[in-house]
Design a protein around this ligand. Structure first.
Ligand code: HEM
Length: 434
C-alpha cells in the first residue's frame, strides 16, 4: 500500500446501526400476535426467526412456516411454484386496488400469458426509453426541495410524490399534476382504511365477504372509474406504435407471442393499476430509507455526493448509471436493511416437503426479506449500515437484497426473461440525482 493510499484510508470507525423494532417475546399467542401486528408485523418475529432455517408456527389454527433457507425459498417460489398461490388474505386485500387481471395477482396459465405478453415492455431498450421521464420528474423535485432549504421538509411525503410522478410520467407521458392529488388520495385512503387485514378477513373463506370487503367493493367501483378517466385521457393523446414513448404505448402494443392476443381493456386497466401501485410505493420507500441512512452517516453521504458530482454536467435526459457504483451500493444496502416488500406469503395448494418439514394443503409459507436480510448466519453485523460490505456483491443473484423481488421473474425463466424489476435498476437515477 502506498503512503498516499494510507493517507486516503479513512480512520476506522464503527458503522452506523439504525433503529429496528424489538424482537417478539418467546411464546406469543395468536391474540398477542394480532395485537402486536397492529403496531408492526416485524415485531411479531422472535429471535429464533433470525437464526434458524425454518420456524414452524400456528396462527388461528393454521400451520405457518417461516422459511429462511435459500434452497427452500427457491423450491417454493421457483421449482414448485405451481403448488403455491397467494394467501386468501393477500388476494382479499390486493384485488380491489390491483384487480384480478394484473400481473401481480395472476396465477398459473394466466400469469404465464401475461409474463410472455409483457416481456418486450421491460426489455432493457424499452426501460432505457423511460429514463428521460424519470429524470424530468426528479429534476422537478430537486427544484422544489432546493426552494425549501431551511425549515424541515417531510422527506417521506416528498419521495412518495416523486415516485408517483415518475409512475405517472413513465406510464402515461404526462405529469400527474391534474390527477396526482386524487391518485394519492385513493392510494392513501386504501392503505389506511382498507389494506390492513381484519381478523375476519383471515377467518372467512375468500368467497364469503368480510365486513371490510363491502367497503373494498365500493372503493373498487370508484377506483376503476378513475383509472378509466386516466386511460381515456392517455388514449386521446394517441398511440405512437412506431416509436413508443411510455409504458402505456408498450402495453397497448404488447401481444402474446403464441396466440397473438392483445390485452383486453379490463386487463389493461389492471396492468396500469398494478404497475403504478407495485412500482411507486416500493420505490418511494427505498428512496426515503436511503436518504434516512445517508443522513445518519456523513462519510457515506460525502462519498455519494462526490460520485454524483464526478459525473459532471449532463445533457438533459442523460445519465450514466453504470458509473454510480457507490450509489448503487447504498441502495442495495438500504434494500437489505429496510426491504420495501418485507414479507411474501404463499398458501400450499397441495402437500409438499420443505427443509425437512411436511407441508399440508392450505399451510402458509412466509418468506420475509426482512428476516433474510438480517439473518445472523447470512450476514456479518446484520443490523449495521455498511454499503461497502462484501456480501452484497458476493450474494448478488443468490439471496441478497432485492433477490426476492425477482422470485417469480426467475420462475418465468426463458419464457420471459425480463421483468418490471428491470425498471428498478434505474432507481439509482433518483438517488444519484438527489
Ligand atoms: C425497490 C423497488 C421494488 C421492490 C423492493 C419490489 C419488490 C417486489 C417483490 C418482493 C415482488 C414479489 C411479490 C410476490 O410475489 O409476492 C414484486 C413483484 C412485482 N413487482 Fe416489484 N418491487 C419494486 C419495484 C417495482 C416497480 C418499479 C414495478 C413496476 C414498474 C414493480 C412491479 C412488480 C410486478 C408487476 C410484480 C409481479 C411480478 C410477477 O409476479 O411476475 N415493482 N416486487
Amino acid at each position: 500500500m502506498s503512503i498516499a493510499e494510507v493517507l486516503d484510508t479513512p480512520p476506522h470507525r464503527s458503522p452506523v446501526v439504525p433503529p429496528r423494532p424489538d424482537y417478539a417475546p418467546p411464546g406469543m399467542s395468536s391474540l398477542g400476535r394480532i395485537a402486536a401486528m397492529r403496531r408492526s408485523a416485524i415485531g411479531t418475529w422472535g429471535e429464533r426467526a433470525y437464526r434458524e432455517d425454518i420456524v414452524k408456527g400456528n396462527f388461528l389454527g393454521r400451520n405457518s412456516f417461516t422459511v429462511n433457507a435459500p434452497d427452500a425459498i427457491k423450491h417454493v417460489l421457483i421449482d414448485n411454484y405451481e403448488n403455491y398461490s397467494r394467501t386468501h388474505v393477500g388476494i382479499r386485500v390486493l384485488r380491489p386496488i390491483l384487480g384480478e387481471e394484473g400481473l401481480l395477482l395472476a396465477h398459473g396459465k394466466a400469469w404465464k400469458h401475461q409474463r410472455r405478453t409483457l416481456a418486450p415492455a421491460f426489455a432493457p431498450r424499452a426501460v432505457g426509453m423511460l429514463v428521460p421521464h424519470m429524470l424530468s420528474a426528479t429534476d422537478a423535485m430537486i427544484t422544489e426541495l432546493a426552494g425549501k432549504c431551511g425549515p424541515p421538509a417531510d422527506v417521506r411525503e416528498a419521495m412518495q410524490r416523486l415516485a408517483l410522478d415518475i409512475a405517472g410520467r413513465t406510464m402515461f407521458s404526462f405529469s400527474l399534476e391534474k390527477h396526482g392529488a386524487a391518485l394519492r388520495q385513493f392510494v392513501n385512503d386504501y392503505a389506511h382504511r382498507l389494506a390492513q387485514p381484519h381478523f375476519l378477513d383471515v377467518l372467512l373463506p375468500l368467497n364469503w365477504p368480510s365486513p371490510r370487503d363491502f367497503s373494498r367493493r365500493a372503493f373498487r367501483r370508484e377506483w376503476t372509474q378513475f383509472l378509466g378517466v386516466l386511460i381515456a385521457e392517455r388514449r386521446a393523446l394517441g398511440t405512437s406504435e412506431g416509436a413508443p414513448r411510455d409504458l402505456f404505448d408498450l402495453m397497448v402494443a404488447a401481444r402474446d407471442p403464441e396466440t397473438g392476443d392483445a390485452f383486453s381493456d379490463a386487463q389493461l386497466a389492471d396492468q396500469v393499476a398494478t404497475m403504478i401501485l407495485a412500482g411507486h410505493e416500493t420505490t418511494a420507500t427505498a428512496l426515503f430509507w436511503s436518504l434516512y441512512l445517508l443522513s445518519l452517516d456523513q462519510s457515506a453521504q460525502d462519498e455519494l455526493a462526490a460520485e454524483a458530482q464526478a459525473q459532471g454536467a449532463r445533457q438533459p435526459g442523460e445519465l450514466d448509471t453504470t458509473r454510480l457504483k457507490f450509489t448503487r451500493a447504498v441502495l442495495d444496502e438500504t434494500l437489505r436493511l429496510y426491504p420495501p416488500a418485507f414479507l411474501i406469503a404463499r398458501a400450499a395448494i397441495g402437500p409438499d416437503a420443505i427443509a425437512g418439514q411436511r407441508i399440508g394443503k392450505r399451510d402458509v409459507i412466509l418468506i420475509a426479506p426482512w428476516l433474510l436480510h438480517r439473518h445472523e448466519r447470512l450476514w456479518e453485523n446484520p443490523n449495521a449500515f455498511m454499503p461497502q460490505r462484501r456480501e452484497l456483491s458476493v450474494r448478488a443473484g443468490e439471496h441478497a437484497a432485492g433477490h426476492a423481488a425477482r422470485s417469480r421473474d426467475d420462475a418465468a425463466g426463458s419464457l420471459a426473461g425480463v421483468s418490471p424489476h428491470a425498471a428498478v435498476n434505474q432507481r439509482e437515477i433518483g438517488l444519484g440525482e438527489l
